[in-house]
Design a binder for this molecule. Structure first.
Ligand code: Y43
Ligand code: MG
Length: 198
């Protein structure tokens, strides 16, 4: 069993850092890659897995620490799984608000029954930059895309993601509840098992 007390999180997204640290609890300290570098690696992979591994290796190389990466996104049924791995870049790097506006436009007049979507999260953990056996864990969260934004919590597409099991948007869930249900929570539950952190 691998025993980590410190991991570097290969992410420049403050929302992810907050959620992942809360899920890991006190036994593992997550340090932000921002402490070591402000340069974001280009996400050139064609899958969540490839991008997660690429980000983890890059962070391990820069920090000299074992590294955890999260590659995630929103796959919308009506759009054939788009924006998928391109979720963060959907509106050409203009940010969360522009991404959400573009998604609402793309689904304009699409009826509720065809607005199914899933959040996807892949976590990759490497012990060092050239680790030949990264630990990979995946989580999905099924829901629907709303016709307008609702809620103030979370980040990214949360205000547009309807959570059927709670009858509200994921931005209307408090952090504790989101962290029990989300794609990231499911991937992290698997990772905790793999690390023996029950
Ligand atoms: O729980 C979530 N609630 C709402 N939106 C979410 C969530 N999880 C991922 N997302 C969205 C945000 C971003 O548009 C994309 C992730 O893109 P992704 O490249 O993995 O992350 P990022 O560029 O924000 O930070 P980084 O690559 O440095 O980890 O999916
Ligand atoms: Mg990214």
């Amino acid at each position: 069993m691998i025993n980590f007390t410190q991991l570097v999180l290969a992410s420049h997204n403050a929302g992810k850092l907050k959620e992942l640290q809360a899920m890991l609890g006190g036994s593992v300290q997550l340090r932000s890659i921002g402490e070591f570098s402000q340069v974001e690696p280009e996400e050139t992979g064609l899958s969540f897995v490839e991008n997660a591994i690429l980000k983890a290796r890059n962070a391990a190389r820069i920090s000299g620490l074992p590294a955890l990466a999260d590659d995630s996104g929103l796959a919308v049924d009506f759009l054939g799984g788009a924006p998928g791995i391109y979720s963060a870049r959907y509106a050409d790097g203009k940010g969360d608000a522009a991404n959400n506006t573009k998604l609402l436009d793309a689904l304009k007049d699409v009826p509720e029954a065809e607005r199914g979507a899933q959040f996807v999260c892949v976590l990759a953990l490497v012990r060092h930059a050239d680790d030949p056996l990264p630990i990979l864990c995946e989580g999905l969260w099924h829901g629907r895309i709303l016709t307008e934004a609702s809620g103030e919590h979370g980040f990214g597409y949360d205000p547009l993601f309807w959570v059927p099991e709670r009858n509200c948007s994921s931005a209307e869930l408090g952090p504790v509840e989101k962290n029990q249900l989300s794609h990231r929570a499911r991937a992290m539950a698997l990772l905790r098992q793999r690390l023996g952190l029950q």
